[in-house]
Ligand binder design. Structure first.
Ligand SMILES: Nc1ncnc2c1ncn2[C@@H]1O[C@H](COP(=O)(O)OP(=O)(O)O)[C@@H](O)[C@H]1O
Ligand SMILES: O=C(O)[C@@H](CO)OP(=O)(O)O
Ligand SMILES: [Mg+2]
Length: 411
């Protein structure tokens, strides 16, 4: 129930339509062309919603989204699917096309830029001297390093012709109006999809420090490219956040209240290790069960955020699945305790699961078929552990992307 209502509250269909309907004159008052560029996991839904409101006002549009995330033609739009979380050839082709559609514009023209998470991998054009292979290798290393998304995008921004405000420079003197579905904690606009149309709050020096911190070796060409600074201010951009994990948590809380639970939103910026978060939430579940605090039973504790996993094992999984398995281990045997942890974009890690739903019998179900749940966790193999327990949550692409949501229920 919670998942369905949360999805509705942050899907682009509603959020984009609401904003455009309320601000339609901002777009209609322009004298020139209106071009729509939509990037990220939610790009198709955001563009569809914009088309439904703006209709023929739109001169032309382009969508660049993740494989399997587009849902058919949209009149006047070119649709491209490309690699995520690692950019690929299709990323470059689609980005080249987006740059063609938005070059030689005048100050009368407007680019409606629809941004959702996943945009960093999907909208990419490496700076001169850097190959796609260089970028792919660096992304692999960054994603496995345990660096958080702000650190990862600090590096990405300094190696790209479109990130860190450089797309806005390309579009200049036309205006860029960005509608953003935030999937970065604290809604840092220069990090969401690496902020193609937002002044970069990070520096080359910080990018070099990220590589040092996570001991990521790179080539001479990358180190030279990193030294080129990104724009720190832009005169032609307006940026609006139209959805975030805060909205998702508020919605989850409202649904839980309607269902008669005492609720508590613990945080919307959870960012510690997934394994530790799971274990900590195990202690919260026990405290509620035994002592009715920090909230009385029947309790629904809600968290939003994006934990991190330092992948060392050879297993398969994602942040949410790892958190859920770690939680299951810590509450093994407890009755009336359930935790659901999922990526709101519907994909958790390189798997087809959105996350997991576990309870006090999860570990038992794994033991019954002769396995030790702990060994799956040690091998970053949470997907297979939850699959055995029948506790994987599969939603398919949700059409939105506002970080991860965790709901803990203690009956
Ligand atoms: N086997 C694994 N177990 C746990 N987490 C993993 C595993 N493999 C990758 N991850 C984590 O999944 C993250 C990417 O998840 P994904 O859902 O694709 O990202 P996002 O939702 O942020 O786009 C990586 O940063 C990595 O930390
Ligand atoms: O594209 C990106 O830079 C990030 C953050 O917006 O999204 P994701 O973690 O889903 O790749
Ligand atoms: Mg994901």
């Amino acid at each position: 129930m919670i998942i369905e209502r949360v999805r509705k509250s942050v899907v682009p269909d509603n959020t984009v339509k609401d904003w455009l309907t309320k601000n339609i004159e901002k777009l209609q008052n322009r004298k020139g062309k209106l071009i729509v560029v939509s990037i990220g996991k939610a790009a198709w839904r955001m563009a569809k919603a914009a088309k439904e409101v703006l209709k023929d006002e739109i001169e032309r549009g382009i969508i660049i989204t993740k494989y399997g995330h587009s849902e058919g033609n949209i009149e006047g739009f070119e649709i491209y699917e490309a690699g995520h979380p690692i950019p690929d050839e299709n990323t470059l082709n689609a980005t080249k096309r987006a740059l063609e559609l938005t070059e030689n514009l005048t100050q009368n023209d407007v680019v409606l830029f629809l941004v959702s998470g996943g945009g960093s991998a999907l909208f990419e054009m490496p700076v001169d001297g850097i190959s796609l292979k260089d970028i792919q290798k660096l992304n692999e290393a960054l994603l496995k390093s345990g660096a958080n998304i702000v650190e990862i995008n600090t590096v990405r921004k300094h190696l790209s012709k479109v990130k860190g405000g450089r797309f806005a420079q390309h579009v200049h003197p036309a205006k860029v109006i960005s509608l953003v579905l935030s999937d970065v904690l604290g809604d840092r606009l220069d990090s969401i999809a690496s902020g193609p149309a937002y002044p970069d709050n990070t520096t080359s020096q910080q990018a070099l420090e990220v590589l040092e911190r996570y001991k990521i070796t790179t080539s001479e060409s990358i180190l030279n490219a990193l030294k080129q600074e990104t724009p720190k201010e832009l005169s032609n951009v307006e940026t609006y956040i139209i959805g975030s994990v805060k909205v998702a948590c508020d919605t989850a809380q409202n649904v839980a209240k309607e269902l008669g639970y005492n609720t508590l939103i613990l945080t919307t910026v959870l960012d510690c290790e997934a394994k530790e978060a799971g274990r900590f939430l195990g202690s919260i579940a026990k405290e509620i069960k035994e002592n009715d605090r920090p909230v009385r039973k029947p309790a629904a504790v809600i968290l939003g955020g994006e934990t991190i996993v330092r992948v060392k094992g050879t297993g398969k999984g994602g942040r949410n699945q790892e958190l859920a398995l770690s939680f299951a281990l810590s509450i093994d045997g407890l009755s009336d305790v359930v935790l659901c942890s999922f990526g709101t974009d519907g994909t958790d890690g390189p798997t087809d699961a959105a996350g997991g739903i576990v309870d006090g019998q999860t570990v038992q179900r794994i033991k019954q078929v002769g396995y030790r749940a702990e060994s799956f966790l040690e091998n970053n193999d949470s997907y297979n552990a939850l699959k055995i327990a029948g506790d994987l949550l599969i939603t398919g692409p949700t059409g939105t992307n506002v970080n991860d949501l965790i709901v803990l229920i203690v009956g």
